[in-house]
Design a protein around this ligand. Structure first.
Ligand code: SF4
Length: 606
């Protein structure tokens, strides 16, 4: 294949050990086979990383990639993917970040950046169209994320420059450290911030001034117009615009699948205080949007009263609200906003952070941890002040925080209570309680990056109608497979997942065609998605993962949900797993069969 329109044409390869920076031609053939973003990242990581590479060693890579439609007029065309071996899970991992970073990289002339090696001292990468250089960042090391961004913008004398950076949590190798971007967006999950910290890379700053050529501008414009019209009248999009992602609080809790107090139950009695309408009334003061987004789900929140008065953040997102709020038993919006601020400034994934604090709270209530262990913090569920205090300790690896910064799996094992960690393969659950949403249980179990809801977001279909389908396990394997393939396409195109309100698979394929000029149909797109999912699976197999790790904590499998609308439920995982493997063409250990690999043209990868 000679060309794919929409691509910028080059990828930067930056070796931090030697300081070499190479401008390579974008591998168009690989983009054709793996679409972009997540898909291309999975392939490159599999090919370029030696088996058993230390996630925090110099040989791990951070592969930042955009997608083919990124930076065009297409709605939500703004997600940057980073792919890496996770220090939290040891698996393949990827994380997505919205905002403006990815389009800016395309405007600078690059489809991606591959970071290798380790710098001898802190540095940051500055990409200014054709001019690319590593700059000293010794003066930035130790700074909080917002201060880092301010300092770089002042130094480069450009307020509009786009930045991704780590905070002290990444520098201190907290295993769930994130990478922050432009003050309010994150590469959240899996510990990419720790990988960046281990490489002595404090930040990436980007300025791009070019445009992107698309194959069929007229078709693209018509499609974009249609999407904007659909989104303007779509009730889900309207709710998202008004309340942000916390619009999901009411329905999730009402059906009894909102992880509460370390997933001891799925119903939070004080959910109303954390709902979107409560936030609108009490803390929202503005709206924010990513590049080319007609929804604008970002909310600016400000605490007016109480001990955290004056705290201002972007958010809180639904997942942060669930894991730092309900899952810690905290119903105080002020404490929630403060907790999110700490995560943002120090560079912590709010989801894993909330989950690890809730684990510590359960340990404290059960006597596994004492007040002496916590450094005097009264770490009972529901204590907003304790949540804030322990997060600061985690971010700085102080006292008990040093253990918790290792993630809930390692921390719980060290404390002798591995069964209390609500995680899969080392990554903490998202906010959905699997006993009240059976398909989500399977999603967490089979996710290649440890528990994560967006690998196969089954929430909508599982709760359609009167919501009773969520408690059935039969048929969920097919649903998970379907959603997993659809998300592999969305992520690889690098679209925001909320655009699915307007863009079904048919429209996504039309969009791809209008931008790239390549004529594929929906069936072909699904085949490409299946390739991506299988390459992810092969990476983990090579690292020693199989069916044994596709599991859930015993609480989900053996302890019936004690209260709420999902009372009495457990997850029937083994039956769903068998069915899922069969549908995927994998054997009962979860390994892709030779027949499946041949069908997908992947045998040559082995
Ligand atoms: S819906 Fe929200 S996350 Fe998605 S592109 Fe728009 S503002 Fe960004």
């Amino acid at each position: 294949m000679a060309t794919l329109k929409g691509l910028a044409g080059h990828i930067l390869r930056v070796n931090l050990t030697t300081g070499d920076i190479a401008k390579e031609a974008t591998p168009v053939e690989i983009f054709a086979e793996y679409i972009g973003g997540r898909g291309v990242g999975a392939y490159l990581l599999f090919k370029e990383l030696k088996p058993h590479t230390d996630p925090l060693g110099p040989d791990n890579k951070l592969i930042f990639l955009t997608g083919p439609v990124e930076g065009t007029l297409a709605p939500g065309s703004n997600k940057m993917t980073v792919t890496f071996r996770s220090p939290l899970t040891g698996t393949y991992s990827f994380s997505l970040c919205g905002g403006h970073l990815a389009p800016e990289l395309k405007f600078a002339g690059y489809d991606g950046i591959i970071i290798e090696g380790k710098a001898s001292h802190p540095v940051y990468l500055f990409i200014d169209d054709d001019k690319v250089e590593l700059r000293d960042a010794s003066h930035l090391w130790g700074k909080l994320t917002h201060a880092t961004e301010d300092a770089i913008r002042t130094e480069l004398r450009d307020k509009s420059i786009r930045i991704a950076c780590i905070g002290p949590a990444g520098e201190r190798l907290c295993r769930f450290a994130c990478i922050q971007s432009d003050y309010h967006r994150e590469f959240g999950r899996g510990g990419a911030g720790a990988v960046m910290g281990a490489k002595n890379l404090k930040a990436i700053a980007i300025r791009g001034t070019n445009g992107i050529e698309v194959a069929d501008p007229a078709s693209l414009e018509a499609l974009v117009e249609k999407c904007y019209e659909i989104l303007a009248n779509n009730p889900k999009a309207q709710a998202r615009r008004r309340y942000g992602t916390p619009e999901l609080v009411d329905s999730t809790n009402a059906m009894g699948y909102w992880g509460t107090r370390n997933f001891t139950t799925g119903y939070f009695e004080a959910a109303e205080k954390l709902s979107g309408s409560s936030m609108e009334k009490n803390i929202f003061v503005g709206h924010l949007s990513c590049y080319a987004c007609p929804i604008a789900c970002g909310k600016v929140s400000y605490v007016k009263y109480g001990p955290y008065a004056g705290t201002k953040i972007e958010g809180p997102e639904f997942e942060s609200t669930g894991l730092l709020g309900a899952n810690c038993g905290v119903d105080d919006l002020g404490a929630l906003v403060k907790a999110v601020e700490i995560c943002d400034l120090y560079g912590l994934d709010t989801m894993s952070a909330g989950a690890v604090v809730s684990l510590a709270m359960e340990c404290y209530e059960k006597g596994v941890l004492t007040k002496q262990d916590t450094g005097g913090i009264d770490l009972r569920f529901g204590q907003g002040e304790a949540l804030v205090a322990i997060l600061e300790k985690i971010a700085q690896r102080e006292g008990l925080g040093d253990l918790l910064a290792e993630g809930s799996k390692r921390a719980a094992e060290k404390l002798g209570v591995p069964e209390l960690a609500m995680q899969v393969k080392g990554q903490e659950f998202a906010t959905y309680e699997p006993r009240g949403l059976k398909g989500m249980g399977l999603t967490y179990a089979i996710s290649p990056k440890g528990a994560h809801h967006m690998i196969a977001p089954t929430m909508g279909p599982e709760t359609a109608g009167n919501g009773s389908k969520r408690l059935e396990y039969k048929g969920k394997a097919a649903l998970v497979r379907e959603m997993q393939l659809l998300m592999a396409i969305v992520d690889s195109l690098a679209l925001c997942s909320s655009m699915r309100f307007a863009l079904g698979l048919k429209e996504q394929v039309e969009l791809y065609k209008a931008v790239t000029g390549r004529d594929i149909d929906e069936n072909k797109a699904l085949i490409l998605a299946e390739k991506i999912v299988n390459v992810e699976r092969l990476f983990n197999w090579r690292e020693g993962f199989d069916r044994k790790q596709d599991t859930l904590p015993p609480r989900m499998l053996e302890e019936p949900m004690p209260s709420g609308p999902s009372q009495g439920q457990v997850v029937e995982l083994e039956a769903m797993l068998d069915e899922y493997y069969d549908l995927m063409g994998w054997d009962r250990q979860g390994y892709p069969t030779r027949g499946k690999l041949e069908e997908l043209g992947l045998v040559g990868l082995l």
